[in-house]
Design a protein around this ligand. Structure first.
Ligand code: URA
Length: 502
């Protein structure tokens, strides 16, 4: 029996030379045994090989297959390759025969190695080290592959990150890319890598692509097997996200819009007063999308504006924009007519559209909870929306919320202006970018603007804050809690302001 010991580095090249010589000398597979050098030394051993007696012919596909299989952890991998090499001499089409147990076994090994290389490319995470000479960026990573793939997999990283230096350590060997030169050395124990800012980025990315309603633990662990988890910064979040998924999926289901049942549509129609020809001097538009009315009511003579109850009646048959044709009903503001505080949201959602009242769905319930936590009761405020009809996109039986556009916001400003002019609140809280746009003409930069007092287009004190629907959508629990804290703190600012001006 001939023993060939293959080195840890250059394994395939040494196997190929030895196999070529042995097969060329007609040595049968039963008389050869290949073993991988288990010691950390990388040089392997010298072998005395017989001089070749005949030329070998193998298809190109075999060499690609053999190069991959040579990385397989199974101790019989190289023996099997040698047996296949011999059989190919008499049966050149053998690789196409999946029913052959040897071909099938070797092809499975190839698949396992390719998959392992893919996982290393996908799941290896670099940690930043202090910059090296000349300020060159330096990184290091630890990875535990299943097979002996380090030598084959690392050039991918060198290609991608030519401009930085890096060290990749595995239990098999270390690879160093420095000054655009790749060298390999013996393995080292797992290094203590510093946590850096990239970990936070991985967390954010991972949380934002996680959809609790689509959670399939089996599929997830197939794509990202558990054995890789311990070296991935983002996976520390997985157990928490899986545990929280049913709650978040239920929350998403509760927030799903529905097509209103037929009786709701009939009831809403019956509640609507018959449309009069005109309201005072303001003809109602029969056509949608155009604005025959002045953009704002005559605010210089607020006494001539309809009282709130009348405005509600008029708004019920509003056709100032297209949205009236699809929504179930107008959702006008509600609350005490002498409220000192006015709260403005975006537009009614699915449940508000059916109920005919603002903020009674999931966003409203969250608002009520957070307001109650700081001692604000919604009964003391006039609650309304910038746009009074639900805008949605039908999707099967669902109605998907759509943000109102500038024209729709402008058209509905008519009613918001009447509400503001009639109430003359001491403070307005605008929730979200649409409310900000309707109240100030500028819907941008809520992050910078929230929590501070500004003035609306009528000169009323205005405090902008997050929209409760946004709070419901923040995926990452810590970020959600932080946004809720900001929302509560903005409500406290509002309460303090009202106390000061009382
Ligand atoms: N979102 C809003 O902006 N208003 C509502 O009334 C409900 C949800």
């Amino acid at each position: 029996m001939r023993q060939v010991v293959l080195p840890a580095l250059g394994t395939f090249t040494v196997w190929r030379e030895a196999a070529r010589a042995l097969a060329g000398a007609g040595i049968p597979a039963e008389e050869v045994s290949f073993t991988r050098d288990a010691t950390p030394g990388l040089l392997g051993q010298e072998h005395s090989l017989p001089p070749p007696q005949r030329q070998l012919r193998v298809p190109r596909a075999f060499l690609d297959l053999a190069e991959a299989v040579s990385c397989h952890r199974d101790g019989t991998a190289h023996d099997r390759l040698y047996a296949l090499l011999l059989r190919l001499q008499n049966a050149p089409g053998l690789l196409g025969d999946r029913a052959d147990p040897l071909v099938d076994g070797v092809q499975r090994m190839e698949k396992a190695v390719r998959r392992d290389i893919h996982k290393m490319h996908a799941f290896l995470r670099f940690s930043a080290l202090p910059p090296g000479e000349g300020g060159r960026l330096r990184f290091a990573a630890w990875f535990e592959p299943q097979h002996f793939i380090t030598e084959r997999a690392v050039p991918f990283f060198a290609e991608r990150h030519r401009e930085m230096d890096f060290l990749i350590a595995t239990p098999e060997m270390t690879a160093l890319w420095q000054g655009e030169r790749l060298t390999f050395g013996p393995p080292s124990p797992r290094p203590d890598l510093p946590a850096d800012g990239a970990e936070a980025l991985w967390h954010t990315y991972f949380v934002s692509i996680f959809n609790p309603a689509r959670l399939k633990v089996k599929a997830m662990t197939a794509e990202m097997p558990r054995r890789y988890w311990k070296n991935l910064p983002e996976t520390s979040l997985i157990p928490g996200m899986i545990a929280d998924a049913p709650r978040r999926a239920a929350q998403m289901r509760a927030a799903l819009p529905t097509i209103p049942p037929a009786h709701a549509v009939r009831l809403a129609a019956a509640r609507r007063p018959p449309p009069p020809e005109t309201y005072g001097e303001l003809p109602l538009s029969e056509t949608s999308g155009t604005l025959p009315l002045p953009e704002t009511p005559d605010l210089k003579t607020p006494g001539e504006l309809p009282p709130l109850a009348e405005a509600r009646r008029q708004a019920a048959v509003c056709t100032r924009c297209d949205l009236c044709h699809h929504a179930t009903q107008t959702v006008f503001g509600e609350g005490p007519a002498d409220a000192e505080l006015m709260i403005v949201g975006e537009q009614p959602g699915d449940q508000e559209d059916l109920a005919g009242r603002p903020f009674v769905g999931p966003a409203g319930r969250l608002f009520d909870r957070l307001a109650e936590e700081v001692g604000l009761s919604r009964e003391r405020a006039w609650i309304t929306n910038a746009v009074k009809h639900f805008k949605f996109l039908p999707r099967g039986k669902r109605r998907l919320h759509q943000r109102p556009n500038g024209g729709e916001i402008m058209a509905c400003r008519w009613w918001l202006d009447i509400e503001r002019a009639r109430l003359r609140p001491k403070l307005i809280i605008g929730m979200g970018a649409t409310a900000a746009e309707a109240l100030t003409g500028n819907g941008k930069g809520l992050t910078q603007r929230r929590g501070k007092l500004e003035r609306d287009t009528m000169g009323a004190p205005l405090l902008l804050t997050w929209h409760p629907s946004y709070l419901l959508r923040v995926p990452e629990p810590q970020a959600r809690l932080a946004a809720e804290r900001e929302f509560r703190s903005d409500l406290v600012t509002a309460l303090d302001f009202l106390r000061d001006v009382a």
